[in-house]
Unconditional design. Structure first.
Length: 313
């Protein structure tokens, strides 16, 4: 395919960062003999696999990207439901939760945005408590219905907006097409996590959420916010039709949403007494550990982008 120059540069930067990370994993053990760099090597190796999968899906088009994120939604939802308290009689509702994935994909494939946007927030929201009532189990009724619906909204509905972005025609995003829109979202969200971690390690002194995530600091949060906002302000005009107030609003709000997603899932894991949602991704934990911020940034980015810069939605 004829890749737009901004995307070519963007992908080049991502792979350059991966190469530097790989070199660091090789060199650091030589500079610091006896140090344990196993986690770093695992993280870099896992990043190579994830980036290659994402690159392949994005370059193949909206169908491949939709299927990839359907798989991500399935694995994320499975992790969430495996951790959430469930009873034997909840099996029908669990089946409904998984069924939302192919139904949501169908709405994407037939380009039925109006059905996608209301299916989970309205009709699944109504169906879950109805099915729970049909089961006849009233113990923990409100808690169970809330848990199941929250899991479907975050793991399926929110992430599914990435597939909807891939349907944006080239005329509506002439800078780098739909792929450019998704590329900026993914890079900014993951960069925000990295920037917060690095600035927190370098300058962190004051805890921001000591009872939920003790390692997070105000310095890391503010540093990540500023650096990510700067990245968006610089890259968005090359990759998206964003400009003016819309650009500044997304640059300011997206890092906040990423932080909110990270802290929210940290609170869930602390409530359940687990460190990671699974051990699926070496060095990272589970799928939910990797996409927790993305579940919050994706819908915000989609709707702000649609309001300020897109005619398609």
């Amino acid at each position: 395919m004829n890749m737009p120059r901004p995307l070519l540069v963007g992908f080049g930067g991502v792979y350059a960062a991966l190469i530097l990370g790989g070199l660091a994993a090789l060199v650091l053990p030589m500079l610091r003999p006896g140090g344990d760099f196993t986690n770093l090597r695992q993280r870099v190796g896992s990043w190579w696999v994830m980036i290659l999968l994402l690159t392949g899906a994005l370059l193949l088009g909206w169908q491949a990207t939709t299927l990839l994120f359907a798989a991500v939604s399935f694995m994320a939802l499975r992790e969430f439901l495996s951790l959430a308290p469930a009873r034997r009689e909840d099996r029908l509702v669990i089946f409904l939760a998984y069924l939302t994935i192919p139904i949501s994909c169908l709405f994407v494939f037939i380009n039925a945005y109006m059905f996608y946007v209301v299916f989970v927030p309205v009709y699944v929201f109504l169906a879950v408590p109805f099915l729970m009532a049909c089961i006849g189990q009233t113990r923990g009724y409100l808690t169970s219905t809330a848990v199941f619906h929250w899991g479907v909204v975050t793991c399926v509905y929110n992430l599914g907006h990435i597939a909807l972005l891939m349907l944006v025609p080239r005329w509506d995003a002439p800078q780098a097409g739909a792929t450019g829109l998704v590329f900026l979202l993914l890079v900014a969200t993951e960069a925000n996590d990295v920037f917060q971690y690095v600035t927190g390690k370098l300058f962190g002194r004051h805890k921001i959420t000591p009872k939920v995530s003790p390692n997070k600091t105000w310095e890391g949060f503010i540093g990540g916010w500023i650096l990510t906002a700067g990245l968006i302000l610089w890259a968005a005009p090359w990759l998206t039709p964003l400009k003016g107030p819309g650009l500044w609003i997304i640059a300011a709000s997206l890092p906040l949403a990423g932080f909110a997603g990270d802290v929210t899932f940290s609170a869930i894991k602390r409530d359940l007494g687990v460190k990671d949602t699974s051990h699926l991704i070496p060095g990272h934990g589970g799928i939910l550990d990797r996409v927790d911020s993305l579940t919050f940034t994706t819908p915000l980015y989609f709707h702000l982008l649609a309001y300020f810069a897109l005619q398609t939605y």
